[in-house]
Design a protein around this ligand. Sequence first.
Ligand code: F3S
Length: 79
Amino acid sequence: SKYTWVDKDTCIACGACGATAPDIYDYDDEGLAEVIFDGDANHGVKAIPEDMHEDMIDACDGCPTDSIIIADEPFNKEG
Ligand code: F3S
């Protein structure tokens, strides 16, 4: 399985990821990206379905600050 998480410490709120993969990434009140798929709340614990992997990878590749992280295991981040 694939999991994804946004590092808000390096996100510059450029807005690309939510445009590329709106079912996975959205923005908080400050415009910083976070994983919203299936109520993930940027914990990085919800497995992203295979048919969404292409969008997820495109968003990752398109982030100018490499703030979108993808891994094979859950992140279990606080948010
Ligand atoms: Fe932030 Fe990168 Fe998305 S800078 S808004 S995580 S494309």
